[in-house]
Ligand binder design. Sequence first.
Ligand code: NAD
Length: 241
Amino acid sequence: MFELIEDQITKFKKIVFVTGAGISQESGIPTFRGNDGLWRNYDAMKLATIDAFYDNPKLVWEWYNERRRNIFQAKPNSGHIAIAELEKYAEVVVLTQNIDGLHQKSGSSKVLELHGSIVKIKCSVCDYREEILTEITNLPPLCKCGNILRPDVVWFGESLPQDVWQNAMNFASKCDLMIIAGTSLVVSPANTLPIYAKQNNATLIEINPENTTMSGEMNLEIRKTSAESLPKLVSLFKNKL
Ligand code: NAD
């Protein structure tokens, strides 16, 4: 599977993962663009916008409550666990588009959440932020300032937190191996991270059962699931170092 890079394994010291919804698919969390994309006849992608929230905050909160229930029950799969284990052999940073926290749950220590976190909520107007691990009730929830509280995630059309994005670009620009796992690479600006790595002559590996628009840029394409392939990659490091 990874024969093409087997001989080079020892040269990779700074590894960056760019992950997306596909890496958590084998933990039972549906992706956005897969067959599970529909929810109560609404397009899930159309619920993840500020316009949808202001049109119908209760509906968007019901959808987030359902996602929160699903995500809180989910356990890291062997793909997440393999990434955490790789820290024994190299410097590893995970740049994730996921909001599910499963990389941290599996033990990864350097995780940058590009799109926020589903456990966090924030005021749509003031600076109030909070972490809530239980069901959100009385929808939509209200802030002490009287405005509506919203999930602390980045919705389509919104900017990423600037400090997180700056750090992500820095790590991408300095890595020697970038592994892009479980993302369709259609969401900007996360989909530009492989370009920064390429400018540093990093080796790019894509792990995804399907092609993506950037597959042509990869040094190696693994058309398998992340839970199947990532433990094999880690065993290469284990055996060579
Ligand atoms: P996406 O739904 O656009 O793409 C998922 C990709 O994963 C697809 O290319 C698919 O072929 C691939 N895939 C499916 N199963 C896989 C598996 N088992 N192993 C490896 N790859 C697999 O998701 P995206 O690119 O992350 O972008 C969509 C946005 O959706 C992100 O902003 C993210 O925040 C959000 N999202 C997050 C979660 C989560 O936190 N788990 C879930 C749904 C959506």
